[in-house]
Design a protein around this ligand. Sequence first.
Ligand SMILES: C[S@@+](CC[C@H](N)C(=O)[O-])C[C@H]1O[C@@H](n2cnc3c(N)ncnc32)[C@H](O)[C@@H]1O
Length: 292
Amino acid sequence: MVARQAGLDWRVFASALAAGIERRPGPRQTEMMRREGRIRRFAGPPGSARRRRLRSRPVLGPVLVTVVTVYRRVRDKRDDARLALQRAHTDFRNRRARTVPNITRRNNRRAYERVYGDDNLLAEYLAPERVAFYEEVAAISADQQPRAVIDVGCGTGNLLRAVVEKAMPERVVGIDYARAGIERARELVPSGEFRAQSLYDVDPVESFDLVLCTEVLEHLRDPEGAVDVLVRLCAGSGRILITVPDGAQDAWEGHCNFWTQGELEELLRRYGGVEVSRMRADPKSLLAVVRP
Ligand SMILES: C[S@@+](CC[C@H](N)C(=O)[O-])C[C@H]1O[C@@H](n2cnc3c(N)ncnc32)[C@H](O)[C@@H]1O
């Protein structure tokens, strides 16, 4: 409109506009100009007559070139150091942020009490991928048509709820040493029996035809002792279903055991027939079915 009123051809107007945009310095150029501000103020822009004149001065010219070179080096080093400090500060703040991985990195009972006792942290923990993971384990559990199921390290009982919905067992039991998880589980699965206790203290007088233990063994200092408990809880014709992260892909500092698929198979073979596969909901997780 403005172009037409001024009697300009729109193509001329557009190319003039584009040329204007092109000539505007980009963010990198602007940053460079800012960094070079002192030198520009003193010697003028690069390639200017003033620069050429200064450079061609006998004695003063070479001295100025040396001074500018040293100045640039010192300036760049200082900028790098400042950037490194900023990064370290951001890392430090991120590691202290109130997130589930930051809290559970400590890998102790208090950490899980905190996560399970807080609605926001629990919502973060129960992300859609984890819920999909529970659904998949529950579907595999339903294939076994179990009558009695125990979940060792059951957390807030979300897996057991999915198992109840899919497999409708007569009896479900959950144990976890985090009391806050057990309280949530009691509300979530009113028909279940839940106990706040360490898995190493479980009295194996009872037996179950399905024993679940998902994402727990990688946290334990004595995983073999824990598998002994799972085996003792498993009825003669029952199954144990274990999941752990694939140690070939996992190096998280909140874990203390890292098994590859082959290593997990080797560990569990001592206890009976074992099949290890990969979870569909999370290909970084291994699923072992043990027949003691
Ligand atoms: C990563 S969470 C997994 C929870 C749940 N099984 C799931 O798949 O979401 C590990 C769980 O193991 C529990 N746990 C760790 N060591 C335990 C122990 N010695 N006795 C009982 N529970 C334990 C923690 O309280 C926590 O609920």
